[in-house]
Design a protein around this ligand. Sequence first.
Ligand SMILES: [Zn+2]
Length: 275
Amino acid sequence: MMSDSTTAHSKERKSRMLIPHGTEVHDAACSTHAVLVESGLVAVLISVPGATRICVSLLGAGSVVTGDMKPAGSRWSFCAISSVSVALIPAAELRTAAYTDADLASRLRLQAGKQLAQSSIVAACNAQHVLAERTARWLTRFAHYLGPTLPLTHAFLAEMMGVRRAGVTQVLHTLQDAGIIQQDRGRIVVLDEARLQQNACACPAIIGGDESLVSPEMIDSAVSPERRGRAWIERELQARSNGIIGRDAGWIRREATLRMCRDMLSAREMVGLDA
Ligand SMILES: [Zn+2]
């Protein structure tokens, strides 16, 4: 049973947004909050002066977008490829959660590494692999997250790969003529994923697995009052005063506090914090 303070805390934190397909995860949210993708797929796009934006990575359910991913001066956008549901986590709360929970901190580090790896592979792929192979590779990536029916237009595929639309249209027609995909208005259906793989470049489809994914419940648990400092001190005092019997309650707490302070001071000396 949750205490009143836990319930109020969760309500305040769990602000959620449903982002329609094709629209942006709002900038304002990214500057004050981390955006946790709960379902759907988000494309991370960057534009350099004089060019359209290109896609550098994909974020599926369990991924966290933070303001740190958008260095000042660069033009980044986060575009919902499908309908996307997100939880907004105040940035300070995510920092507290990562500080409190080693597993969560490790997952966030893995995500950052995964993002870097994805972006590096895409940069090399854009420079070295031909358009037909790159298109097939992106389609396998989208299909991994969304299943065979992909809400993608020729214009978006061309933009995200930084190429002319006519080139993408030609590649898609070739794949359709071979029976590998079926095109419809505003969507592409993958009919034969194995042959799509054969047509793709050798770049990895997906980097990493579930070990880096984060859920709102993990953050709730990490910042729950039970794991915060005040509660920890109370638990320690209780544990340390259990052995002292036959005295009044005030005296027991005073003794336990003194013992705890002494232990903490000697622990600081042992790890060299006072050096
Ligand atoms: Zn490639």
